[in-house]
Each structure stands twice: as C-alpha cells, then as structure tokens.
Design a protein around this ligand. Structure first.
Ligand SMILES: Nc1ncnc2c1ncn2[C@@H]1O[C@H](COP(=O)(O)OP(=O)(O)O)[C@@H](O)[C@H]1O
Ligand SMILES: [Mg+2]
Length: 223
C-alpha cells in the first residue's frame, strides 16, 4: 500500500517528493537562510488546512501573516493554525509535550534547532543533546501514532566544525526519515535536492523560484 502523502500545492516540490511529504514520519527541510524553508512550511500548512488543524511551532518569528495571505491563505484559515512561539529550548520542549494532546493534521517546527543552539554550551551539551533527541522522538512518535506528517526545518550554518553542534546535526538526521536540502543558487533561483528517502532515489533535484504568490519551477532564461 502506498504511504499517504500531503501535497505542498506546488508542482515542483510535489514532483520531487512523489506527491508530497509522507504521513507517519518526520521530514526535514534544511538549508541556509533565505533558501525557502519557511515558505515551504507555509505552503504545506496552507495545503493541509483543507483537511484540518495545523500546529505551527515558530521558533524564529518567521511566520508572516502577510506572506501567508500572499500565497493564498485567507483570514479564516488563521483560526485553524495552532500557532506556538516558544522563546527558549525549554519552552519548545513544553510545547512539543503539549502537542501530544492535540489532534492536528500536520505539525511544522520552524526551526527545530535555533533555540537549541542558543541553549547549548560546553558544560550542558550532553543534557541538551539528550533533550533534542527526546523532542524528536516525541515528534516521530506523534507522526506514527496520529498518522500525520511532521515537518521540521533546520538552518545550516557555514563554517562550524564544533563537535557539539555536529552531534546535534546527527541527532536531527537520525530522526528524519526524509531529508531535503535547499540551496540558494542566486537571488531568484533555489535548488532542492532529495538527500534521504525511504522509497525514492536520493539525489533527485529541481530548481525553483520564490515568487510573489509562492514557489514556482525555475524558468530557463536567456540573458
Ligand atoms: N513576495 C515575495 N516575492 C519574492 N520573493 C519573496 C517574497 N517574499 C519572500 N521572498 C523571498 O523568500 C526568501 C526567504 O525565504 P524563507 O522561506 O523565509 O527562507 P528561510 O526560511 O530558508 O530563511 C527571501 O529570499 C525573500 O526574498
Ligand atoms: Mg525561515
């Protein structure tokens, strides 16, 4: 039986993922700032609202109602978004615990590691990494139990070979059944690459543009 998928409502992303993000697992969109992670989170949110509520955990104040309306959302939709805006990694943990009791059709965590990064240091890293793993375990459990997709985003930072951070990255990778990398090609163009998937070939890629009304397949231009 084919695993159910949630469409993004955008051809280029749905084609890459063979229909959308899978129910029952955690999908991770990662990339540098401006690569389109929040846009993708918003598009999946909008697409899912037809089916029910969405829990949107915004740790970077990246959720913009203005952008949401630009991509086709309406005021009524906002009532169906259970918006959470934790200010610390501890608050993020509480919010994720709370989600267990709700009944959403999608959970978005944008981003899973920004508050983790603020919290972690050389003294507490074992404990904080354990907490990160525990939050991801809960999200994976919810995805499986409630048969819904969970989307997390993960900012990628350029030069950082710190061992503490690397272990954090491994923890996130471990719990993500699907990994999708986003790259900024230039001001307009973005590259999306499938890096890990349970049933699709890795390395599959496409180019897209972030536009006024959402995301579109990149056009080939003659300069
Ligand atoms: N209305 C718009 N028209 C064109 N591009 C836009 C519009 N709104 C946002 N963007 C572009 O989206 C990008 C930010 O995408 P975002 O999803 O927030 O990235 P990330 O979450 O990965 O940091 C920026 O490059 C910005 O210029
Ligand atoms: Mg963002």
């Amino acid at each position: 039986m084919k695993i159910e998928r949630l469409s993004s409502g955008v051809n280029v992303i749905d084609e890459l993922l063979d229909g959308g993000v899978e129910h029952t697992v955690v999908t991770n969109f990662y990339g540098p700032p401006g690569s389109g992670k929040t846009n993708i989170g918003l598009l999946f949110t909008l697409s899912c609202l037809k089916q029910g509520n969405v829990v949107y955990i915004d740790t970077e104040n990246g959720f913009s109602t203005e952008r949401f309306f630009q991509i086709g959302g309406i005021k009524e939709d906002l009532k169906k978004i259970l918006y959470e805006n934790p200010g610390s990694f501890k608050e993020q943990a509480k919010v994720i615990q709370k989600v267990k009791k709700s009944n959403p059709k999608l959970i978005v965590v944008d981003s899973i590691v920004s508050l983790y990064r603020l919290e972690i240091n050389k003294e507490n890293f074992t404990e904080v990494n354990k907490e990160l793993a525990s939050q991801l375990a809960i999200l994976s459990f919810i995805a499986k139990e409630k048969k819904i997709p969970v989307i997390i985003t993960n900012q990628v930072y350029s030069v950082n070979s710190d061992e503490i951070e690397l272990s954090g990255r491994d923890i996130v990778k471990y719990w993500s059944k699907c990994l999708v990398e986003l790259k900024k090609v230039d001001d307009n163009k973005r590259l999306i690459i499938l890096r890990k998937h349970r049933s699709l070939p890795e390395g599959r890629k496409a180019e897209f543009e972030i536009t006024g009304s959402g995301i579109e397949k990149a056009k080939f231009r003659i300069f």
